[in-house]
Ligand binder design. Structure first.
Ligand code: FAD
Length: 484
């Protein structure tokens, strides 16, 4: 039989579940990627992720060619194009890795229908997570909504079988080169309607070679992850999020190494594995509770939190703009927003700080921040982003209690004590002392003049007073307490 391998968020050859199954099942396998107009058309014309995908496809195509195959790349509406290609290529089955985001599930259901009408099978496989959907349940068969028991059950269940790589290359002789009319180089960004971003100037290597290089680098310091991961000025985390998002690394490989090291007593690796388990946790939350992020309008995991009256109107819009542009007057918040705006990355500690600031200092609906992150994060992942925002706004499954409100100044003093991170992203504050940099409005006029800082001119005054905002937030959230 002949098969079509449809690549989506799994842009690698090695240890690719669907590719392995396709090669085993079929005598000939043609590979395709579709730049899906349904996803791309609504996006702004500069997007680092589209460029990341494009660069990764160039590498994937070269790798497939070296193995005797190649990649057909289309720019079309995927759900029409796949059925069309299946007909043109006369395949009996289409193979893909599962994607449980609500929009992807709906798309795949329609593709399955169209293929079924044409007598073509559609096979999908788990590849994005170690455990998915119903694989980790409580003893009474319910999905978990608290992380710690989920993690315990996850660790009890995982074994060599779940972490074993798929030996794709062993079956590579079934790869077929694209037939002539479909054989073409990967289109340039301009051909799919996008302009170049600043991706190539950033330290974000693309493709599976880029993913492997980042992992090698992280592997050298994984034992220090525990101690380093909370400090945004330190190279503590792996920066692999974007590679996990687009499948240029295999979750089995990463979790396998981390699991092995943690069994040997490496505390850094154990903490990192925990983060990968958080990822599985949020994926299964989305699978079981799609209402949290379905149809473009997210809803609170705990419904009573949707009764909260968020600050809205013109002043709220101004506050939101200040947050987006990093002009709140709180240096750590503003430096973090500069990081996402300039690079598409934001350190985890800072994601928590700016998310808390948005809903608990500015009193704005967390969904506004969620949408902003969705547009700007290179590693945007619907399940984890929604989970992170609902954690910060306290509306989520295993969330920060609503009365726990980060103080942005104290967070800054604790996690960026010498202001190194702030100085990198807010050079206009670089000359302030370690004591003043976290809260420039507390500096003496003499120090401000000496440091060249003019509050309200080259750096904003705080847009809210934290202590007052805290009181307002406790009142705003009282409606939740009344319900509980
Ligand atoms: P590392 O610290 O090296 O962690 C390795 C991997 O573990 C990450 O790449 C990620 O896949 C996973 N991971 C780590 N922490 C978490 C977590 N709390 N929840 C789920 N998975 C985790 N992560 C995303 O992948 N996409 C998002 O869109 C996203 N949005 C977030 C929004 C908010 C408000 C918050 C608080 C967190 C969000 N996170 C998100 C989780 C976390 O901040 C990022 O995964 C992490 O910062 C990515 O950097 P890294 O790859 O260097 O992480």
């Amino acid at each position: 039989p002949k098969g079509l391998m449809w690549f989506r968020r799994d842009l690698r050859v090695d240890d690719n579940a669907a590719l392995y199954q396709a090669l085993r099942a079929c005598r000939q396998v043609v590979c395709v990627f579709v730049f899906d107009r349904a996803i791309l058309d609504p996006l702004p014309r500069i997007d680092r992720r589209v460029e990341f995908i494009r660069e990764s496809l160039v590498e994937l195509d070269a790798e497939l060619r070296a193995l005797g195959g190649g990649l057909v790349v289309r720019h079309a509406v995927a759900e029409d194009e796949i059925a069309l290609l299946a007909r043109q290529l006369d395949v009996q089955a289409v193979f893909a890795n599962r994607d449980d985001e609500p929009a992807a599930l709906a798309r795949d259901a329609r593709v399955l229908g169209a293929l079924a009408n044409a007598g073509v099978a559609f096979h999908s496989y788990k590849d994005q997570t170690i455990f998915e959907r119903d694989e980790v349940l409580t003893q009474t068969g319910q999905p978990y909504s608290v992380f710690t028991p989920y993690k315990r059950a996850w660790l009890a269940k995982v074994d060599a079988f779940h972490l074993k790589p798929y030996p794709v290359r062993r079956h590579a002789d079934a790869l077929a080169p694209p037939p002539d009319p479909l054989r073409a180089p990967v289109p340039a960004l301009a051909d799919i309607g996008f302009e170049k971003s600043n991706l190539s100037e950033l330290d974000i290597p693309t493709g599976s070679q880029g993913g492997a290089a980042l992992f090698d680098d992280f592997f050298q310091r994984i034992d220090r992850y525990d101690a380093a991961r909370d400090y945004p000025s330190v190279r503590g985390p792996s920066y692999l999020g974007v590679h996990l998002r687009f499948g240029t690394v295999s979750i089995r490989q990463l979790a396998g190494v981390a699991h092995q090291l943690s069994l040997q007593g490496d505390a850094g690796a154990a903490t990192w594995l925990s983060e990968l388990i958080w990822r599985d946790f949020y994926f299964q939350i989305l699978a079981h509770h799609p209402h949290v992020a379905e149809g473009g309008e997210s809803r609170s995991f705990k419904p009573e939190y949707d009764r909260i009256q968020w600050h809205h109107g013109k002043h709220a819009d101004q506050l939101f703009d200040a947050w987006c542009q990093g002009k709140t007057g709180y240096p750590l918040v503003d430096a973090a927003m500069a990081q996402i705006n300039q690079t598409g990355y934001m350190h985890n500690r800072l994601r928590m700080v700016v998310a808390s600031f948005l809903c608990k200092d500015l009193g704005l609906d967390w969904r506004r921040g969620e949408r902003y992150f969705a547009l700007h994060l290179n590693d945007f992942e619907l399940a984890s982003n929604n989970g992170g925002w609902q954690w910060a706004s306290s509306s989520g499954c295993d969330a920060q209690p609503y009365f726990r409100i980060f103080n942005p100044t104290t967070q800054s003093e604790r996690f960026d004590p010498e202001g190194k991170f702030i100085r990198r992203y807010l050079p206009q504050l670089a000359k302030l002392s370690n004591a003043a940099i976290h809260a420039p409005w507390t500096a003496s006029p003499v120090e401000l003049v000496a440091a060249g800082v003019e509050l309200g001119r080259n750096y904003p005054k705080p847009v809210v007073d934290h202590a007052e905002a805290r009181e307002r937030t406790l009142q705003r959230y009282a409606v939740v307490k009344a319900q509980a």
